[in-house]
Design a protein around this ligand. Structure first.
Ligand SMILES: C[S@@+](CC[C@H](N)C(=O)[O-])C[C@H]1O[C@@H](n2cnc3c(N)ncnc32)[C@H](O)[C@@H]1O
Length: 318
């Protein structure tokens, strides 16, 4: 029998940590909300719907590019590999790798959204009975410890979905350094976006038939559920902004009227038009990405870019 397992690291489950992160963000200028709390079960389900929306090109591009390069990756990785995915979500893209690699030995799925993580792996396991599968509920913006034995073939880290873009560059470098620690001697496949086309970006991050707005408003709804705020969601509208330096998309919730809410025994005051930044998506060109990797314990081995500017980077631990 193939052992399967779960390693809980209780990343963000406690109310105090959520409250402190929100208070810290609101004390900043401009005000922001902690993006990792977008990802509760409701947020994960909304994001899954975004992934199938025609406006949201990153998923479409990555899903088309992966099968085209999977054989080349399989040759680099070799047989009996362990694949460790950071932010595994619905665990769909991993199927392309599991199908292409020779006799993959194990899959370790790391995600902050615990219920969704378990449900995704429950769907995946029956299709790959020979692959040992482990869920790790953890926050990858902090050190992640794996107690799984990755011995055997090569370890391949996998970080698709342009999630690396959610980090500011210095935090992306810190993430890569931590991932190097977590993975040990390994390869690391990362999906990142280089697109600078304002029309495409505007549709993907501002459109999706209202799903993007619902995804970001869910963070306020989560605060109402878990932090006992009474924020009226109709007092906000979602706005996607292009910021040129460093080039990134920012998601904002803009107050459509002045408002005061009570949070953790304090009063939070927002003026009409004031915004709360909920997320960022940095767009790295290959040279910047290679420099980032080199400064963080990795070497850029190969990369592939599609005609829309979506890139897959294969790094090797230095
Ligand atoms: C953009 S989705 C990508 C999902 C999937 N890998 C894909 O490419 O379709 C980001 C995933 O990372 C997870 N996530 C976001 N922040 C995280 C964090 N700090 N630690 C662990 N997982 C996180 C979310 O729950 C979500 O499943």
């Amino acid at each position: 029998m193939i052992p399967t397992g779960t390693e809980p690291q209780r990343p963000s489950g406690d109310r105090r940590a959520f409250l402190d992160a929100v208070l810290e963000g609101l004390a900043g200028s401009p005000k922001r909300l902690p993006g990792k709390y977008l990802w509760d079960e409701a947020g994960s389900i909304l994001f899954d719907r975004i992934c199938t929306d025609p406006d949201y090109y990153p998923t479409r591009c990555e899903t088309a590019l992966l099968p085209r390069v999977a054989q080349a990756i399989a040759e680099e990785v070799g047989p009996e590999a362990s694949i460790v995915e950071f932010g595994s979500g619905a665990s769909r893209k991993i199927r392309t790798l599991l199908n292409a690699l020779a006799r993959p030995a194990r899959y370790v799925a790391i995600d902050i959204s615990e219920d969704y993580l378990e449900a995704s792996l429950a769907r995946l396991r029956p299709d790959y009975p020979a692959v040992e599968m482990t869920t790790v509920c953890a926050d990858y913006s902090r050190p992640v410890r794996l107690s799984v034995n990755l011995a055997g073939g090569t370890t391949l880290g996998f970080f698709p979905g342009t999630s690396i873009g959610n980090f500011a560059p210095q935090d992306a470098a810190a993430f890569l350094t931590r991932a190097r620690e977590t993975l040990g001697p390994s390869l690391f496949l990362i999906g990142a976006d280089t697109t600078h086309d304002p029309a495409r970006l505007g549709l993907a991050y501002g459109g999706c038939g209202g799903l993007m707005e619902a995804f970001h408003l869910n963070l306020l709804a989560r605060m109402n559920r878990e932090l006992d705020t009474a924020i009226a969601l109709d007092g906000f509208r979602h706005e996607a902004r292009i910021v040129p330096e460093p080039y990134r998309m920012e998601a904002h919730l803009v107050a459509t009227r002045a408002q005061i809410w009570s949070l953790g025994g304090r009063e939070v005051e927002l003026k009409e038009g004031e915004s709360l930044r909920t997320d960022t998506s940095h767009k790295y060109d290959p040279r910047t990405f290679a420099d980032l990797a080199t400064g963080s314990g990795w070497h850029l081995e190969r990369h592939w870019i599609d005609t829309f500017g979506f890139a897959l980077y294969l790094l090797r631990a230095q």
